[in-house]
Design a protein around this ligand. Structure first.
Ligand SMILES: O=C(O)CCC(=O)C(=O)O
Length: 245
């Protein structure tokens, strides 16, 4: 395997920022050529969503444009292979305090003009894992700019525990935090990215994104991992099930 940018990451620096803020940005994790390959694979995958189980994709309100794809690793070995490469698990292992196990491959596509907002939430309201040693590697396929709905994070919020969530009514993000934190947008970590950059966020870091009213789509490819030692918490799972009933 030829050397990859991921092989040269400063894991100690990454861990320090991740532990402190619950989110860290990695510049140029993928080269321009790699991004184009990922884009091609995602486009190919998206073009055949109608053949997938209905629960494995979500459309925008126009009923046509794909908002999310879920569980891509189950339907396409390219994404399963991508997510299990040691070059990623090597730097993610310390962040999940164990062995990083791929749990999901997803897209949040935020298409131009119709991309819908994502309400304030913590991923562990969906994942229901204890201890919460789970994270998302969010890879920018398009640039994420101030105009097209970048993900915003409340720094340090992963340390405050899981807050109450309730049904949000948003297709693709069924749960939202009951009382969104009173932190001005300007104080939040704004996940602006160039194609090939990535974010790593902890599963209890509070985050959200706005609608995309711009003419530029903002596609993110998400690889989700948990530490092999985590378990499903029955109380969290009950809360998830009742909010989604
Ligand atoms: O991509 C986005 O806009 C939101 C991503 C998100 O909510 C997540 O990673 O859980």
């Amino acid at each position: 395997m030829s050397e990859h940018f991921a092989d040269r990451l400063d894991i100690e620096q990454l861990s320090t920022e991740y532990e402190r803020d619950g989110v860290v940005r990695i510049r140029r994790l993928f080269s321009a050529e790699e991004v184009e390959e990922l884009r091609g694979r995602i486009d190919q995958y998206t073009s055949r969503v109608a053949t997938l189980p209905r629960g494995d994709y979500v459309l925008e309100a126009d009923g046509q444009t794909v908002r999310n794809t879920w569980r891509m690793q189950q339907h396409d070995s390219f994404f399963a292979d991508l997510g299990t490469q040691p070059r990623f698990t090597r730097f993610l292992d310390p962040l999940v305090r164990g062995a990083a196990v791929l749990q999901g491959v997803e897209t949040f596509r935020k298409p131009a003009r119709v991309g819908s907002p994502v309400p304030y939430h913590q991923d562990n309201a969906y994942f229901c894992q204890t201890p919460p040693d789970m994270l998302t590697l969010w890879i920018a396929i398009d640039a994420a700019t101030l105009e097209n709905g970048p993900v915003y994070y409340v720094r340090g919020s992963h340390s405050g525990g899981l807050r109450p969530h309730a049904s949000s009514g948003v297709a693709g993000n069924s749960m939202g935090i009951v009382d969104a934190p009173d932190v001005a947008l300007a104080e939040q970590f704004c996940g602006t990215l160039e194609p090939g950059d990535a974010l790593v966020h902890h599963c209890e870091t509070i985050h959200h994104s706005a609608a995309n009213e711009s003419a530029q789509s903002r596609c993110g490819l998400l690889l989700v991992y948990r530490g092999s030692h985590t378990e499903t918490d029955p109380d969290l799972h009950r809360a998830y099930t009742s909010a989604n009933a």
